[in-house]
Design a protein around this ligand. Structure first.
Ligand code: SF4
Ligand code: SF4
Ligand code: SF4
Ligand code: FES
Length: 677
């Protein structure tokens, strides 16, 4: 017997045992990938590395025999760093998608292939249940989200990206139009009560998840109705109020109470909320319109105030010639609203070029189709009022200079280029900021952009107070605010249970990008081209004269066909892959050594298993298992250097190599290189 010390504990094990065996005897966990119990060690992955006192280098514990008096350390900073490095090297040439590219692009992490599979099978209700697990307000977001997911859809390499946003909108509209109320499951009441300041996208989303977790919620908001920017900042032709109301009704039915017309700082204080509630989430958004910062700025209408007035039913009289200053979505919404209010000419003035406009390209195209004109490289200098609906805007032509702090080219005025434009109304939609005054007076720490909060947990400097969404980082996409609401609910849940605040883990992820022609041909070899469904729209004359929703949503018969175009990208072992799990645990950066990588390919010649050589980490577990099983042909590392991969000798098919041990090999394979069908 041999006695040694591991992490300060003494253990006695039989001679010939490995340090890994001894650690396991003590109940200590050392990670492994290439180790297969009962077979000769390959010692190829090095994630089981440990430090042995008196030895110059770290040693693989799976291949290291115990010696009397050995002193071993299994979890030091040095050991963790070498494991991280080993994992980064293993992932550096990995050819595969750990997750669907669309899902990794969605800021809320929606499990897109999962809900699309339900829709392809005609089950909108199950699709909505799947969507709700990650995303609140999917009907509203299906209408207004810029669909970052669709831009990354793998199908774009073949024909068109999936209509993901319209599909989750459909699932929501369909399920919520059922006569019976549709609600997500709810945990038993916790007896804890959370105050949410702001009933916009972040606040509603936090309420949605807190209520499901069994907590009580009261939302406070300065406006008469909940919805925040979704109600007051997005025109009805993009997001109809009844669609928004239907989703807010779900949150109300889960038990939310709303205290509307209640302004933080004048109607209640943070100190009161902290003493009356168990936790507070601040989600007040970024609603402070930026001033024009030129002479006569007081004669311009603020874009957000204009949209709010229209949403509240008191649209101002704009006159015939409207100028909108700005290049974001609010500017485009203002311009399209002005068209519907009867302005004869609507022009958007932007100081950079079309390429730099922060608005969605599709929104600008819609505006153009409705008759909105654009003037680029134009900036205001002075606004004069000569009477009601009689304004003169002096402008200057700009040119683009070197990039500024935002990374975009800085607009530089051209000397002697001043000119003036008459207008009945000038709308300034050049951005929104966070009003930090009340937060600061309430004892919250603030930054240049908003309320300071931990990016992972959204905890502020005050215990039990969390902040997220636009009020933390400034005006941003609604989907990011909705995602922040779920993060807040997660952290607040931990806080209410008295647990340490730990952010939801973000899984290490490799994506197959870019793909080359051979890979494209292999991925799409059995996929027929099928263009994306067209999105139905109302006729132009109705668009120009009403606030009716422009995109009317997919027809039921379009949905299964469109959803079935999804390729269910991602990895067959995404939740059981050992490399991914360890890379997440050790915070390995899969892209640290990214460079040349293996080619993506599949071998589907075996009736039981699928082989993806691009995901092989050459651990040789399968090689040893096949040999142990007495396979006549078996597997072997084939090729040289970077091109080495496990394969079948003599170029025989996989079905001949693994006659009896295929299942065992797939189960032992630490990645999805070998997996069961
Ligand atoms: S919320 Fe936006 S990014 Fe996420 S799936 Fe929906 S459309 Fe795509
Ligand atoms: S084909 Fe489906 S799973 Fe793949 S990226 Fe597109 S939507 Fe996502
Ligand atoms: S295919 Fe074989 S050698 Fe490659 S990772 Fe899987 S078990 Fe290891
Ligand atoms: S080197 Fe020990 S498990 Fe891979």
């Amino acid at each position: 017997m041999v006695t040694l010390t591991i992490d300060g504990r003494t253990v006695t094990v039989p001679e010939g045992a490995t340090v890994l065996d001894a650690a396991r005897w003590l109940g200590l966990r050392i990670p492994t990938l290439c180790h297969v119990q009962g077979l000769e060690p390959a010692a190829s992955c090095f994630v089981c590395a440990v430090r042995v006192e008196g030895r110059r280098t770290l040693q693989p514990s799976c291949a290291l025999q115990v010696e009397p008096g050995m002193v071993v350390h299994t979890d030091t900073e040095e050991v963790r760093a070498i494991r991280r490095l080993a994992l980064e090297l293993l992932l550096s040439d990995h050819a595969g998608d750990c997750a669907a590219p669309c899902a990794t692009a969605c800021p809320a992490g929606l499990q897109i292939p999962e809900f699309l599979a339900h829709l392809a099978g005609g089950d909108a209700r199950s699709a909505l249940d799947s969507i709700w697990r990650h995303l609140a307000l999917p009907g509203a977001l299906g209408r207004i989200c810029p669909r970052l997911c669709e831009q990354e859809c793998r199908r774009r390499e073949h024909d068109d990206g999936l209509a993901i946003g319209p599909l989750h909108r459909f699932a929501t509209d369909r399920a919520l139009s059922e006569p019976e109320p549709v609600l997500p499951p709810q945990a038993p009441q916790s007896g804890r009560w959370v105050a949410i300041v702001g009933a916009g996208p972040a606040g509603l989303s936090a309420a949605f998840y807190l209520l499901q977790a069994g907590h009580r919620v009261t939302l406070f908001d300065a406006k008469p109705l909940p919805g925040g920017m979704l109600r007051y900042g997005i025109p009805a032709f993009r997001l109809p109020k009844d669609a928004l109301d239907a989703e807010i009704e779900v949150i109300r039915a889960l038990g939310a109470s709303f205290r509307m017309n209640a302004e933080w700082g004048s109607d209640f204080t943070l100190a009161e909320l902290r003493s009356n509630y168990d936790a507070v989430f601040i989600a007040t958004g970024a609603q402070h319109a930026q001033a024009l910062r030129c002479e006569g700025e007081e004669f311009a209408l603020s874009g957000v105030e204009f949209l709010e007035a229209v949403a509240g039913g008191s649209a101002p009289d704009l006159g015939r010639e409207v100028l909108v200053l700005g290049g974001g979505n609010t500017a485009i919404d203002c311009a399209r609203t002005a068209v519907r209010l009867g302005a004869r000419s609507v022009r958007v003035l932007y100081r950079r070029t079309e390429r730099e406009m922060p608005c969605l390209l599709s929104e600008a195209e819609q505006a153009r189709a409705e008759g909105v004109q654009f003037e680029f490289l134009t900036a205001p200098v002075r606004l004069e009022s000569l009477g009601r609906h009689h304004l003169i805007l002096s402008c200057r032509r700009m040119t683009l200079g070197p990039p500024d702090s935002s990374g975009r080219p800085r607009p530089v005025p051209l000397d002697g280029s001043e000119f003036s434009i008459p207008a009945s109304t000038v709308i300034a939609a050049i951005g929104q900021t966070v009003d930090r005054t009340v937060a600061e007076h309430s004892g919250l720490r603030v930054t240049t952009w908003g309320i300071a909060a931990d990016p992972g947990t959204l905890a502020t400097n005050l215990p039990g107070v969390f902040a997220g969404g636009d009020c933390m980082l400034g005006a941003d996409l609604a989907v990011r605010a909705v995602a922040a609401g779920r993060v807040a609910a997660h952290s607040i849940g931990q806080y209410l249970r008295g647990e340490p605040l730990i952010p939801e883990p973000s899984l290490a992820t490799v994506l197959l990008h870019p793909i080359d022609d051979d890979e494209r041909a292999a991925i799409f070899r059995n996929i027929e081209r099928a263009p994306r469904v067209p999105l139905p729209e109302i006729p132009m004359e109705r668009r120009l004269s009403t606030f009716d929703e422009v995109e009317t949503g997919l027809q039921p018969e379009q949905v299964p066909r469109e959803a079935a175009r999804c390729l269910s990208c991602g990895c067959g072992k995404s939740h059981s892959c050992g490399v991914r799990a360890l890379a997440t645990e050790y915070e390995a950066d899969p892209n640290r050594f990214a460079g040349a990588r293996r080619r993506w390919a599949t071998d589907e010649s075996h009736p039981e298993i699928i082989y993806e050589p691009g995901k092989c980490i050459l651990c040789e577990a399968c090689v040893r298992i096949a040999a142990d099983a007495g396979e006549p042909l078996g597997l072997a590392p084939i090729g040289r250097g970077f091109e080495t991969a496990v394969g079948v000798p003599f170029s025989r098919p996989l079905s001949e190599a693994l006659l009896t041990s295929a299942r065992r090999c797939a189960q032992a394979c630490p990645t999805a290189a070998l997996r069961l069908r």
